[in-house]
Ligand binder design. Structure first.
Ligand code: HEM
Length: 230
């Protein structure tokens, strides 16, 4: 109990989501409740958890801007690292379980399927962000740390594009397998729009009124968004 009291409810919720999803996948694998194509299902499920955690990490700033709730800003690193963990498992399943480390075949598939190129770019860009997400790198890189971590605004749309492209469906009639990835795309677009300075200002002005759920007289530097300083 004493151990648990060191964590906030939000921290506990993030860790429970991330680990339970992994434990659930392993459990289902062990009891054999996967579909007839377990490798594809593994690829899809790990990919979906990766993108969910990545998009959630982008929700942290809007939560602070709109509701003046600063805690999510401190949880962004955890969400980002869990997203990277799932993306890494996703890629390992692809290269090892799916292609048995047959590198020439992997290269051939990558160049035949543009959605995999997009996924690979997104993954490669995630690597430096995950490595430099620790405080020691923040100090070492100084202002460049912020610049580097703004890459997440490229990585997330690329990951959503990879998701949409990997599915069959009709964008115009919004039918088929495309519906779920398009919903991710719309949510991501909303989070990115909320970051536009004019929109942020407007939302901040609203939050001084009715929307203020977590009132704070003055935001301390620790409560400000470390990326923008706002
Ligand atoms: C080298 C990098 C990557 C490779 C080779 C790769 C490979 C794949 C493949 C083969 C599929 C299709 C599975 C299928 O339906 O048959 C897929 C789907 C997917 N990938 Fe990736 N991927 C990569 C990076 C990423 C990253 C970085 C993310 C997210 C952060 C991601 C998220 C997804 C999602 C959400 C799906 C669709 C899942 C579904 O069908 O429900 N992928 N990926």
């Amino acid at each position: 109990m004493k151990f648990l009291s060191r964590f906030t409810p939000l921290q506990i919720a993030i860790h429970i989501y991330a680990w339970s999803a992994l434990v659930w996948i392993v459990f289902e694998l062990l009891i054999g409740s996967f579909s007839i194509n377990p490798i594809q299902e593994l690829e899809q499920r790990t990919g979906r958890h990766a993108i969910t955690l990545l998009v959630l990490s982008l929700l942290c700033t809007p939560l602070n801007s709109i509701f003046r709730w600063s805690e999510p800003l401190k949880r962004r690193r955890t969400l980002g690292l869990y997203a990277f963990l799932y993306a890494t498992i996703h890629v390992i399943i692809f290269v090892d379980l799916d292609y048995g480390l047959a590198w020439s075949q992997i290269a051939q598939t990558i160049f035949q399927k543009p959605y995999i190129i997009v996924g690979a770019i997104s993954f490669l860009l995630l690597i430096p962000l995950a490595i430099t997400s620790f405080d020691i790198w923040k100090i070492r890189l100084g202002k460049n740390w912020k610049r580097l971590h703004r890459l997440v605004y490229l990585i997330a749309p690329l990951a959503v594009l990879h998701y949409i492209w990997s599915k069959k469906g009709d964008l115009l009639t919004f039918s088929g397998d495309i519906v779920r990835p398009v919903i991710y795309g719309l949510i991501l677009a909303l989070f990115l729009i909320v970051r536009i300075p004019a929109v942020r200002k407007f939302l901040a002005s609203l939050s001084t009124g009715r929307l203020l759920l977590f009132p704070q007289k003055n935001q301390s530097p620790a409560q400000r968004d470390p990326q923008t300083g706002d």
